[in-house]
Design a protein around this ligand. Structure first.
Ligand code: F6R
Length: 361
């Protein structure tokens, strides 16, 4: 059932163009998005997004989208903090719970906390029969198909897609997006499966870098804007399956502490599409190189042309319009974790101490 792949994780990474295509067919219409009519973001004062682990990083990326595309104030939290923090919630708000399994105990408890306090609770899940799907007022499927590998891969990109579609709907409902802007964003989303195929073709190059990455004690991931939470996700994926200590940082935070870690031994993975923040990220990257850090730059053709000089290595992805680059850049981040773990000889589908579904807190 691994369909010729050595591991479920490899299979699930490779499936992403197909499952994302399925999700696009479900959620996109020629002129707009296909979401239940009862979802109306127009009068909301706030959106609250709650999840654990990788699903939380999907929420963290989506915060940038809801703010930028819809002007909707957005709060995010990990479920284990949220549920005990007992935060006040505006009545004119929706609360969104993102969970692959739909059974995560903390996320379910956070949902129960919000029930009756907000206008609507919304589940974004991969398992439509799950507890979180059943208890929420509305459940939106991510359509990733069964995910077996403990490290979440295709569920993450499909969570991002469902949240992107919600953010576009919010942008329309709130009059924040013009029809032209909407059309442009829909086009960007529709192009993703094809771009993902190109991103998957970096796998062999990544495998060649993995031998050196596998020798590192610590690895840093840097990103700005919506690429910052992707840096957090890249670090989580790597530590989960390769057991190498990894941290994600907002590029601009580098000089506020983590730069002290940099030396020849520390690989720094920079996730930087050539967007409006690119030059700022590159100047952070140069600070790393000035201290002999080993930079792996993941960018597009324009980024390579302007900034690859002096890096340890660079990977070229196709260009993708803002702000949806994290959906594409997730793939090399997953492949880096995968190949590094393979180089170390760890069990990528069943990493030690981890369970696929965390039904106790
Ligand atoms: C990471 C991973 C975990 C889960 C987290 C939430 O690769 O798989 O961090 O994302 O345990 O699980 P769900 O999405 O099932 O609520």
């Amino acid at each position: 059932e691994k369909a010729g792949y050595k591991h479920f994780m490899a299979k699930e990474i490779a499936e992403q163009p197909v499952v994302l295509g399925d999700a696009l067919r479900h959620y996109l219409r020629p002129e707009g998005v296909n979401l239940p009519a009862e979802l109306d973001f127009s009068g909301l004062e706030r959106l609250t997004l709650v999840a654990c682990g990788t699903a939380f990083y999907a929420c963290s990326v989506a915060k940038y989208w809801f703010e930028q595309l819809a002007g909707l104030p957005c709060e995010i939290d990990v479920a284990s903090e949220f549920r005990y923090r007992e935060p006040p919630l505006p009545a004119k708000s929706y609360a969104v719970f993102v969970s692959q399994s739909g059974e995560t105990a903390d996320t379910l408890a956070a949902l129960r906390y919000c029930t009756e306090k907000v206008q609507k609770t919304i589940a974004v899940v991969n398992v439509p029969t799950s507890s979180i799907a059943r208890e929420a007022d509305l459940a939106l499927p991510i359509l990733a198909g069964v995910e077996v590998g403990v490290a979440s891969t295709k569920a993450f990109t499909c969570q991002l897609l469902a949240l992107a579609v919600m953010a576009l709907k919010a942008g329309i409902d709130r009059g924040h997006l013009s029809p032209d802007q909407l059309a442009g964003h829909l086009e960007t989303l529709r192009a993703l499966p094809g771009l993902m195929n190109a991103a998957l073709s970096t796998s062999d190059e990544i495998a060649k870098l993995a031998g050196q990455l596998a020798e590192a004690q610590d690895i840093l991931f840097l990103g700005r804007g919506p690429m910052y939470p992707l840096a957090l996700e890249g670090a989580l994926k790597l530590k989960e399956i390769s057991y190498i200590h990894a941290e994600g940082y907002a590029s601009g935070e580098l000089k506020h502490g983590p730069i002290a870690l940099i030396d020849r031994m520390v690989p720094v993975i920079v996730l930087a599409p050539h967007d409006r923040l690119f030059d700022k990220t590159v100047s952070n990257m140069q600070e790393v190189m000035a201290r002999h850090g080993k930079v792996l730059l993941i960018t597009d053709g324009k980024g390579i042309a302007t900034a690859a000089e002096g890096t340890w290595a660079s990977l070229r992805l196709p260009e993708v319009a803002e702000p949806f680059a994290p959906i594409l850049y997730a793939l090399p981040a997953q492949l880096l974790a995968y190949h590094t773990a393979i180089a170390k000889g760890t069990d990528v589908d069943q990493p030690r101490n981890l369970a696929k579904s965390v039904t106790v807190e």
